[in-house]
Design a binder for this molecule. Structure first.
Ligand SMILES: [Zn+2]
Length: 287
């Protein structure tokens, strides 16, 4: 009798566990979407509100975004936040975004910028439409934050936007699992972040010229890649550098020194803090 009860109880517990876990374990995905690395984008006017083809590239941005959102829900996500990360952050038309996702739109005041909204409630980060850092050869629209930055490094590691944005996610122990952009971007982020999933939607073949996937093919490849990355999230590590963080910033046009920063050469400044977000505040002030 005792033995039989034990068996029944055990069976009951086992049967109840999966459903309870599925209901209580949050799986939130943060998707940061830039424009330079979208399928077909080759010049600044493609991603500038006054450009002749901007409306077309907005549609492509929404298509790649929604491919990532759909893949996140296919992978079991319980929530998705999309961060519009380009320029003034008003590129995605809210009604174009998959209604299952929440959209973070507009310029914030804090240092997280393209990662505004990330915190410890997320389990994975996805980058869509990203581009390589300033000075990268064979890259489309390569730059770091704005046209003034020559190089941005933390603790001697030169970082693209995808690098310092991954560091922000790493503060909350959230790994980047996927990035799309041109070939230079995907190569650069795999060297920096490790074996994340990537899709190179295009490749620079000299000057502004690029050879790439159709928007439809890019959406399909991004959907498959995001699903693979999210399925592998347990094996992908958050990106972290050891505190304290020493920023070395090289710019073309010097700005006034941020409080606590020192000038170390022409156009070159240094700032150290144990708080990464303070370093990014200094970066935003002097870039
Ligand atoms: Zn951008």
């Amino acid at each position: 009798m005792r033995r039989r009860m034990l068996v029944l109880m055990t069976a009951g517990v086992l049967a109840a566990l999966p459903a309870a876990r599925a209901q209580t374990r949050a799986f939130n995905v943060f998707i940061s979407v830039d424009m330079e690395g979208l399928a077909g984008v080759v010049t600044g006017s493609d991603v500038t509100a006054t450009g002749p083809d901007y409306a077309h590239f907005r549609d492509i941005m929404a298509g790649e975004t929604n491919a990532a959102v759909a893949a996140a829900f296919d992978a079991g996500a319980t929530g998705v936040v999309v961060r519009d990360s380009h320029g003034a952050k008003q590129n995605l038309r809210p009604s174009d975004v998959d209604p299952r996702a929440r959209l973070l739109r507009g310029q914030g005041t804090g240092p997280k910028n393209m990662m505004e909204g990330i915190d410890e409630t997320f389990q994975a980060v996805v980058f869509i439409g990203y581009h390589a850092k300033a000075g990268t050869p064979n890259a489309i629209l390569e730059h770091t934050s704005n046209g003034n930055v020559v190089d941005f490094a933390i603790n001697g590691v030169s970082l693209p936007e995808g690098g310092y944005n991954a560091l922000v996610a790493g503060l909350y122990k959230v790994p980047v699992v996927f990035a799309s952009g041109d070939r230079a971007l995907t190569d650069q982020l795999r060297v920096l972040l490790g074996p994340i999933e990537t899709v190179a939607v295009k490749e620079e073949i000299g000057g502004d010229a690029s050879l790439g996937m159709s928007p439809q093919h890019a959406r399909e490849a991004i959907g498959r890649g995001v699903k693979r990355g999210l399925d592998r999230r347990a094996e992908l590590k958050p990106y972290v550098l050891a505190a304290p963080y020493t920023m070395t910033l090289k710019v073309r046009q010097e700005r006034p020194l941020y409080k606590g920063a020192e000038r170390v050469g022409p156009g070159e400044s240094r700032f150290t803090s144990a708080n990464l977000l303070d370093v990014l505040t200094a970066f935003n002030a002097m870039k």
